[in-house]
Ligand binder design. Structure first.
Ligand code: B12
Length: 203
């Protein structure tokens, strides 16, 4: 299974809004990799590539699964991008996570921009979702998941408890975020006079 994770662009730039490593998404990438998925991250906020170019990359890469990480300032852009990618023939599943989809799962599923929403912490939910996508379990049994049934009903499964043992989570390799990490290190040294040496040397 192939998955492309996308950190969508923020259309309204301002001085406080600058690319930072999307750690939540890197954690999800690490979980996916541990569970046999070939995974890439496109940090569109950092790379600045256009929706058109990104959609073309999706067509070329032909992933089975797309995952968007969305805060409120990027959600409309993410919806536009998801629709553009679908209009170019993408027939895989679209997954959304992070705080905005967690709060507005019903609205987003109704908008048809995505098939699944992972509410709250994603590590365990994504692991179980991969099993269900491979036909080895049922979507209805996955805590923290919202989804649409083939009959078009929207289902919100019960929420999932927070992870107690954080050391059980895989450490995301820095390799997922080379561009963001180098941009971030550069920007922080210009703005604040320091860099993130430990982050840029993540394993
Ligand atoms: C640290 C932090 C920052 C840091 C760094 C953020 C970062 N590295 O991503 C800084 C200070 C730079 C920052 C900036 C901003 N932040 Co901030 N930030 C936080 C804070 C305190 C923690 C986020 C975090 O790193 N959590 C740890 C990581 C590991 O978890 P996570 O990102 O949530 O990811 C998990 C799940 O969400 C989920 N998940 C995430 N993405 C995906 C994708 C998929 C496909 C799936 C399945 C699951 C999934 O799984 C992950 C693992 O469990 C939160 C509040 C909070 N307590 O959550 C606010 C918060 C996210 N920030 C917020 C905002 C508004 C911003 C800014 C837009 C502010 C601004 N106006 O500039 C910017 C955006 C910058 C950016 N480029 O993203 C709001 C978002 C509100 C909203 N409705 O969107 C929050 C909720 C604070 C608040 N209560 O208002 N932020």
């Amino acid at each position: 299974m192939k998955c492309l994770l996308i950190n969508p662009d923020y259309p309204q730039k301002h001085s406080l809004l600058f690319p930072v490593p999307p750690l939540g998404m890197a954690l999800i990438a690490a979980v996916m990799e541990q569970n046999g998925v070939d995974v890439w991250i496109e940090d569109q906020f950092a790379s600045g590539i256009s929706n058109q170019e990104l959609a073309d990359n999706v067509t070329r890469l032909h992933p089975d699964l797309l995952g968007f990480s969305c805060l409120t300032p990027s959600i409309n852009h993410a919806i536009d991008l998801a629709r553009l990618i679908r209009s170019k023939g993408f027939s895989g599943k679209i997954l959304m996570g992070n705080i905005h989809p967690s709060l507005f799962a019903e609205e987003l599923l109704k908008s048809e921009a995505c098939d699944f929403i992972v509410r709250g912490e994603g590590e365990e939910t994504v692991k179980e979702l991969l099993l269900a996508l491979r036909g080895n379990s049922r979507f209805e049994d996955i805590q923290g998941l919202s989804f649409k049934t083939p009959r078009g009903e929207i289902v919100h499964n019960p929420s999932r408890d927070q992870i107690q043992n954080l050391t059980s989570c895989p450490i995301p390799p820095g390799i997922y975020l080379p561009l963001t990490l180098s941009l971030c290190a550069h920007a922080s040294s210009l703005r604040f006079g320091f860099t993130y040496p430990n982050i840029t040397r993540m394993p």
